[in-house]
Design a binder for this molecule. Structure first.
Ligand code: HEC
Length: 307
């Protein structure tokens, strides 16, 4: 080997460069995040999970739920829609601004514009562009409505109200992001599914709810007990949602199932703070901020591409 030392240096440089990019840089960016005080709610987000839910995280890990379920919601960069609701008193000036924002409207007869109000002016443009247009229009005296459009396939599927960010996972050790989505994302399960019994039944036999489901059954997280004649089943015995246990038998969750369900119910990533600011959806996937640069958030940075 003629160039041994040179090759060694080359390999060292390659390893060092990837360590800098993959370990050190993220450490400086998000390595020191702390729970954040959300004054309106009086909580430190993320809230620590109750003890039972913490144990449930271990059950989740032991059962390998993370091999089929991710816990990360992705979102497209924040887009906004702008609607003119009233031209205001200086209609001439407003029309001029409208025409400069939408060249295709320049040909429209200016006198017809007021009758077509409220009219959507900009759709799914960047937040900064919508805010700039809003400022120009309000300066001209018009009434404008800025609507944040929260988009992306994950949001459309109802898996979350917003993307997940590093801070959501501060209380998780280890963080179980998951990689493969054989099943739905669970980052926000506790917000969309609050019925304990349904979750128990899903774990006991996913096909009860969805014939053909490929989710495995976890019957060993439950205990089958024989009922004495005339004995009432326990209050937490599985039943409902079309499920009836065989006569004379009750099926009750074992502690592991209880812990797992407590954990599933604690999965919520919908609290808003500045990294994630998206006003609460008023209708599906959108919320209105009327004439409000003051009430609007600082223009958020586009989310990093997540794996
Ligand atoms: C082999 C892959 C696989 C594994 C492992 C798996 N699941 Fe699932 N899971 C699915 C699929 C597929 C669905 C969607 C079909 C359905 O609802 O039955 C699903 C659905 C769910 C749902 C309903 C989600 C919703 O949006 O309503 C929950 C809750 C759930 N799984 C929890 C778990 C838990 C907890 C574990 C670990 C004990 C687990 N899953 C393990 C594949 C899996």
């Amino acid at each position: 080997m003629k160039h041994g030392p040179l090759m060694f240096l080359g390999v060292l440089a390659a390893v060092l460069a990837s360590w800098l990019v993959a370990v050190l840089a993220p450490h400086f960016q998000i390595g020191h995040e702390e729970p954040i005080l959300i004054e309106e709610l009086g909580i430190n987000y993320p809230v620590d999970r109750p003890g039972e839910a913490k144990q449930g995280a271990e059950v989740y890990r032991a059962q390998g739920c993370q091999y089929c379920h991710t816990r990360q919601v992705r979102q497209e960069p924040l887009f906004a829609d702008l609607t003119v609701t009233d031209l205001g008193t200086n209609a001439v000036e407003t029309r001029r601004v409208v025409a400069s924002l939408r060249r295709d409207l320049a040909g429209v007869d200016g006198r017809r514009l007021p009758e077509e109000l409220p009219r959507p002016l900009l759709k799914h443009v960047s937040y900064a562009a919508a805010e700039a247009a809003l400022r120009r229009l309000t300066n001209a005296g018009a009434q404008v409505e800025l609507t944040l459009a929260n988009l992306g396939p994950d949001i459309a599927r109802g898996w979350g109200a917003r993307r997940t960010v590093a801070r959501d996972y501060l209380r998780d050790h280890p963080v179980m992001l998951g990689q493969v989505r054989f099943g739905p994302d669970l980052a926000n399960l506790g917000a969309r599914q609050t019925n304990e019994m349904r979750l128990y039944l899903k774990l006991y036999n996913a096909r009860l709810e969805l014939p053909g489901s490929t989710m495995p059954r976890y019957p060993y997280l439950f205990e089958e007990r024989r009922l004495r004649p005339g004995q009432e089943p326990s209050p937490d015995a599985l039943r409902g949602f079309g499920f009836e246990p065989p006569p004379g038998i009750e099926i009750v969750p074992r502690p592991e199932a209880r812990q797992l369900v407590a954990y599933l119910l604690s999965l919520k990533a919908d609290t808003l703070f500045y990294e994630t600011y998206v006003p609460r959806p008023a209708s599906a996937g959108a919320a209105a901020v009327t004439n409000g640069p003051a009430a609007a958030p600082p223009a958020p940075t586009p989310p990093p591409a997540q794996p």
